[in-house]
Design a binder for this molecule. Structure first.
Ligand code: PGA
Length: 267
């Protein structure tokens, strides 16, 4: 895939919410409320809701991507309860990798996350790789250091041209902003987007990492989104809690659409 401009993306991370009985309807309502030129929309429901969401959206006009929230780092094997990249093919075209809740709850390391990244790309799933510092790390002035280390660990082992061609997206999500109602400032998020691209450049990404979409995540709402979308280095949002609310998603995607229009993205 050749890209000449960075995509504007709003991705919904539904986490452990919705059931196969209600996820399709919610996805359909959100799809209908967020038809905005130039903004790529992605809905990431729980694994068991992927089929229902895919079915519901297949009938909707305007294309909305479907993503998984995780995948396993091995191709197959004796891993009870796990889901491989190949199992997602046909159900999802995107996948969130390395979310801080998985780093925290499942002990995912940068090395493991890097392997997941490889599986995603092998299966032609477009990865959204999450990075971000803890509160103490920010307070100690180590936010940039932490994000650099996360990227070096997860992205470093891969061929940059291949990840770039797979459309790798980075979501900068400061851990202390996730689900807390407290956001980073637009300026801090922009600084961190700069750190992400600089690091990607050092890792050998084409165009010094300038073509990598960087999303902000952490307590994004329709009223908080403006501060981030006003920053030229921020290309959209990864939305948790607010992504279950159609009104909120409508506001968030509409604001992302203003940025897309200003960049001349209308497709
Ligand atoms: P939040 O979650 O919007 O509820 O803070 C964001 C995320 O975890 O991706």
């Amino acid at each position: 895939m050749i890209r000449t401009m960075r995509d504007v993306i709003v991705a919904a991370n539904w986490k452990m919410h919705t059931t196969p009985a209600d996820a399709g309807e919610l996805a359909l309502v959100i799809a209908g409320r967020t038809r905005v030129p130039g903004v790529i929309r992605v809905i990431c429901p729980p694994f068991v809701c992927l089929a229902a969401v895919g079915r519901a959206l297949a009938g909707a006009d305007g294309d909305v991507g479907v993503g998984a929230q995780n995948l396993h780092h091995e191709v197959q094997g004796a891993y009870t309860g796990e889901v491989s990249a190949a199992m997602l093919v046909g159900l999802a075209t995107w996948v969130i990798i390395g979310h801080s809740e998985r780093r925290r709850d499942a002990g995912e390391t940068d090395e493991l996350i890097g392997r997941k990244l490889g599986r995603a790309v092998d299966a032609a799933l477009r990865p959204i790789l999450c990075v971000g510092e803890q509160l103490e790390e920010r307070e100690m002035g180590q936010a940039s250091l932490v994000v650099r280390r996360q990227l070096q660990g997860a992205v470093g082992p891969h061929d940059p041209a291949r990840l770039s061609a797979a459309g790798l997206v980075i979501a900068y999500e400061p851990v202390w902003a996730i689900g807390t109602g407290r956001t980073a400032s637009g300026a801090d998020a922009a600084t961190m987007a700069g750190v992400v691209r600089e690091t990607m450049g050092e890792l050998g990404f084409p165009d010094h990492g300038e073509m990598i979409p960087v999303l902000y995540g952490g307590s994004v709402t329709s009223s908080a989104i403006d501060e981030f979308m006003a920053e030229p280095s921020i290309d959209g949002a990864l939305v948790g809690g607010a992504s279950l609310k159609p009104d909120e998603m409508a506001g968030i995607v509409a604001r992302a659409g203003v940025t897309a229009a200003a960049r001349g993205q209308t497709g």
